[in-house]
Ligand binder design. Structure first.
Ligand code: IPE
Ligand code: IPE
Ligand code: MG
Length: 254
């Protein structure tokens, strides 16, 4: 198995950037499936099908690049407001996708984790999520976080409840709660904060995505609709990211 850092180094060289300029955690808001379909005179469901293919392709590409973590925003807690047939179609697609992706995840040594609330998801989706997470649990390559029934505020509320329960049970002192401790109680505890957040379909908002974790993420927006977003588009975003000067409130190093 080729070491992940070695793969990332190769990818960086190919893109003409330094290893330190590659993100460790890439997060993506996959938007524009509906508009993609509309522009082609197709049903929204067709856009979601093409979107699922694009997601699998990007996950595979990221694994091959040697990315440490990838988060894909697939369904928000707000997306339940959509028409019932669209929601049902999406849930059927996630179920199928979680199943069909397994050979690729195993071949590429990828570990799948879920970000979001299990409660509210259909049984079929939960069982495929669990099967895929169990199967890939010991994989040591990229962590692929699938944000499904995810809300940034919901995640914060869930963490606060968990912390409050620990305090009430006498397992945690209030003074022990700091930023690091709080971060360990979020769904994303196994990953560093995203370095780069990409949103497709030209929307300039975060739509309740990883509110805590993106405090210093670099934001990149493209007008491409998600089903059209491919490897060259990701390469372009990585090169743009490498040019950013991340100051974290301090002064520039250069
Ligand atoms: C993103 O595409 C997929 C989900 C949110 C599930 P959209 O379905 O939001 O596509 P647009 O924004 O209507 O084009
Ligand atoms: C954000 O897209 C959620 C996902 C990509 C899963 P939306 O299409 O739901 O966002 P809004 O409604 O335009 O903010
Ligand atoms: Mg949208």
């Amino acid at each position: 198995m080729i070491d992940t850092t070695h793969k990332l180094q190769q990818a960086a060289s190919r893109l003409g950037i330094k290893l330190e300029q590659m993100p460790r955690h890439l997060a993506m808001i996959m938007d524009g499936n509906g508009r993609w379909a509309k522009a082609k005179g197709l049903a929204r469901a067709e856009g979601h099908c093409e979107g699922a293919k694009a997601a699998e392709n990007i996950a595979l590409y990221c694994a091959r690049l040697g990315m440490q973590s990838l988060t894909l925003y697939s369904f928000s807690v707000e997306n339940w407001k959509r028409p019932q047939d669209e929601v049902e179609g999406l849930m059927a697609l996630y179920e199928e996708y979680l199943m069909s992706m397994r050979p690729m995840l195993m071949r590429e040594n990828v570990r799948l984790v879920h970000m979001g609330r299990r409660q509210g998801l259909p049984e079929g989706v939960i069982s495929e999520l669990d099967r895929t997470m169990d199967l890939t649990r010991d994989n040591t390559g990229m962590i692929f976080a699938f944000a499904l029934n995810y809300g940034g505020r919901t995640e914060i509320v869930d963490a606060v409840r968990h912390l409050a329960q620990k305090c009430l049970a006498g397992e945690l002192e209030v003074d022990e709660i700091d930023e690091a401790c709080f971060g360990r109680h979020l769904y994303s505890a196994v990953m560093p904060d995203p370095d780069l957040l990409i949103r497709t379909a030209n929307e300039m908002r975060v739509s309740n995505f990883m509110l805590w974790q993106i405090s210093y993420s670099e934001f990149y927006v493209t007008d491409k609709y998600w089903p059209d977003f491919g490897e060259e588009d990701l390469d372009k975003a990585l090169v743009a990211y490498a040019q950013r000067d991340r100051r974290y409130g301090a002064l520039s190093q250069t």
